[in-house]
Design a protein around this ligand. Structure first.
Ligand SMILES: Cc1cc2nc3c(=O)[nH]c(=O)nc-3n(C[C@H](O)[C@H](O)[C@H](O)COP(=O)(O)O)c2cc1C
Length: 227
């Protein structure tokens, strides 16, 4: 009897240890996967920034001249952003020539669609790119620049061109094409891009005139250097 009890006890301890180790391994894997996803989004964002704004359009360190999307702004207009989402500012001779806004379209067919929208100082669009999405290959993925030129049609548009009512897909009475058999994805993107323009319009002064922010890292490295 005592033998059996001991054996049960040993098995139980073994099982608990196995559960702890497995749970730990899953937790570690999740952290690394989340980090990798975040890093992939950042890399896609950097590539997309280059596509939207050719190097000739700015002479500052674009990736480090950013604004946090904080309480100063109407964050709802930009959708459910990632925690580290930032606004990039392009300058020439110190003057801001364009801003790049992160925007999330929550009404995609499958999941959120992460976009960046470049807006010139005059409120016209410099370019739009999708940085992450899970839309269906062959249907919704024509929003990617490498799959079709649909996303390039936003260049030069603004809140007054076309007029606000026409900021919709053709099926909804607007100006922008939908795809054959797939209206939900392009509709979500058009609405998100329009929201980005509304955000720019609402916060123009802060976006274009507030001073460059010192990043957390720079600030602390600077402090360590005695600056
Ligand atoms: C398996 C499957 C995947 C789909 N994926 C998408 C998609 O990624 N994007 C999209 O807009 N519609 C997608 N659709 C189609 C939508 O359900 C919907 O019918 C369509 O967007 C409406 O467009 P329509 O009004 O032009 O028919 C998919 C449908 C199916 C059955």
């Amino acid at each position: 009897m005592r033998e059996i009890l001991l054996s049960i006890q040993r098995n139980a301890v073994g099982l608990v240890l196995f559960a702890i180790v497995t749970a730990g391994a899953i937790a570690v894997a999740q952290v690394f996967t989340a980090d990798r996803i975040e890093a992939n989004i950042r890399a896609a964002e950097a590539r997309a920034l280059n596509e939207i704004l050719p190097a000739s359009r700015y002479d500052n360190d674009l990736l480090n001249d950013t604004l946090a999307v904080d309480e100063r702004f109407n964050q709802q207009l930009l959708g459910p952003l990632h925690e580290n989402a930032r606004i990039f500012r392009a300058r020439k001779d110190g003057k801001i020539t364009a801003v790049i806004l992160p925007v999330v379209a929550p009404e995609g067919y499958t999941a959120n669609i992460d976009l960046i929208v470049g807006v010139n100082r005059d409120g016209s669009i410099a370019g739009v790119r999708v940085v992450a999405h899970k839309e269906t290959p062959g249907l919704g993925d024509k929003i990617e620049a490498r799959k079709s030129d649909w996303i390039t049609k936003f260049v030069g548009k603004s809140l007054s061109n076309p007029e606000q009512d026409l900021w919709a897909v053709k099926k909804d009475g607007g100006e922008f094409d939908q795809f054959t058999g797939a209206t939900i994805t392009p509709r979500a993107v058009v609405i998100a891009v329009k929201r980005a323009l509304m955000f720019f319009d609402m916060h123009k002064a802060t976006l274009l005139d507030s001073p460059q922010e010192v990043s957390f890292l720079d600030h602390h490295l600077g402090a360590a250097d005695g600056h």
